[in-house]
Design a protein around this ligand. Structure first.
Ligand code: ADP
Ligand code: MG
Length: 251
C-alpha cells in the first residue's frame, strides 16, 4: 500500500481549476519526481496534500488513513511535511533558533507540567539542542549556526529549509524546487543529502525544473500539465512521452 496517496483531487482558486482529477502515489521509502511547466499545478498539489489548500473533491490518504480534512499540523504530526518554493525561514532568527523553533510540541506534554518542572524543561532543551546539532552536522550548517537566516545565501536557505523539515522527524517529505537558484556545488550537496535521507527510509516527492538532475536521482517520475497528470513512469519513458514533449515545447 502507498504511504501517500492522492486520489482524484480537484482544487482551484475561485472559478479556476488548478488541479483536475489528479492521482499520485508515493510508496513507503520511495523517491519520486514531479515535473511540469510553470503553472502546471505542482505546488498546488503539494499544498492540497499537506493541508494548506482544501480539495474541492478527491481524497488524500497517508499511512493508511484518510487525512483529507486534517489541518496542516496534524498531517505534520503523522509525518507528512513540505518545503516551499520560496524558503520561509525567520530571517531575524539565527540558523540555530530557526531549527529550534521548527520542532513540534511534544504530544501529550502538558504546559503546566513543564512550568512546574525545571528539570523537565532542561531535559527537553537538551534533547532539542542535540537534535538541532545533528541536523546542522548533516546539512553542513555548523559554520553558520549563529548567523541570522536572512543573511544566508540562497543555497544555504534551501539547506535550512530542509533542516527545519528534518526537525519534524518526517516519514515523507515534499520538496518544492529545492535546487532552484542554488549554485552547482550546493546542488550536488543537496542532492546527496536528499538521497541519504531517502536511504534512511524517508519517502521523498521532489518538484524540480532541472530535468537532467532529477532524472539522475529518481527512479520514478510524474509529469503534470495544466492541472492534470499527463504521464508517469521511469524518467526515460516520461521524458520521451509525446504529451510531455508537447507540453515542454509549448504546444
Ligand atoms: P506550478 O507549481 O506547477 O508552477 P502552481 O501550483 O503554483 O503551479 O499554480 C497552478 C496554477 O494555479 C497557476 O495558473 C497559478 O497561477 C494558479 N495559482 C496558484 N496559486 C494561486 C493562488 N493563491 N491564487 C490564485 N491562483 C493561484
Ligand atoms: Mg511551483
Amino acid at each position: 500500500m502507498a504511504l501517500l496517496s492522492v486520489e482524484k483531487i480537484t482544487a482551484g482558486f475561485g472559478g479556476f481549476r488548478a488541479l483536475d482529477d489528479v492521482d499520485l502515489k508515493v510508496g513507503q521509502g520511495e523517491l519520486v519526481g514531479l515535473i511540469g511547466t510553470n503553472g502546471a499545478g505542482k505546488s498546488t498539489l503539494f499544498s492540497v496534500a499537506t493541508g494548506y489548500i482544501p480539495a474541492s473533491s478527491g481524497r488524500v490518504h497517508f499511512a493508511g488513513q484518510d487525512i483529507t480534512g486534517l489541518a496542516v499540523h496534524h498531517r505534520v504530526r503523522r509525518g507528512l511535511a513540505r518545503t516551499f518554493q520560496v524558503p520561509r525561514e525567520f530571517s531575524n532568527l539565527t540558523v540555530f533558533d530557526n531549527l529550534m523553533t521548527a520542532a513540534p510540541e511534544q504530544e501529550g506534554e502538558k504546559l503546566s507540567a513543564l512550568v512546574f518542572s525545571r528539570g523537565k524543561i532542561r531535559q527537553e532543551e537538551e534533547r532539542l539542542t542535540a537534535k538541532v546539532c545533528d541536523v546542522m552536522d548533516f546539512l553542513n550548517l555548523r559554520g553558520v549556526e549563529g548567523e541570522l537566516a536572512g543573511k544566508l545565501s540562497g543555497g544555504q536557505k534551501k539547506l535550512l529549509e530542509l533542516g527545519r523539515l528534518l526537525m519534524l522527524e518526517p516519514k515523507c517529505i515534499m520538496l518544492d524546487e529545492p535546487f532552484a537558484g542554488v549554485n552547482p556545488v550546493l546542488i550536488e550537496q543537496l542532492c546527496e543529502r536528499v538521497i541519504e535521507l531517502n536511504q534512511r527510509g524517508i519517502a521523498v516527492l521532489i518538484i524540480e525544473h532541472n530535468l537532467a538532475e532529477l532524472a539522475r536521482i529518481v527512479p520514478r517520475l510524474y509529469a503534470m500539465d495544466r492541472g492534470r497528470v499527463i504521464a508517469h513512469g521511469s524518467p526515460d519513458a516520461v521524458l520521451a512521452d509525446p504529451a510531455v514533449r508537447e507540453a515542454y515545447m509549448g504546444g
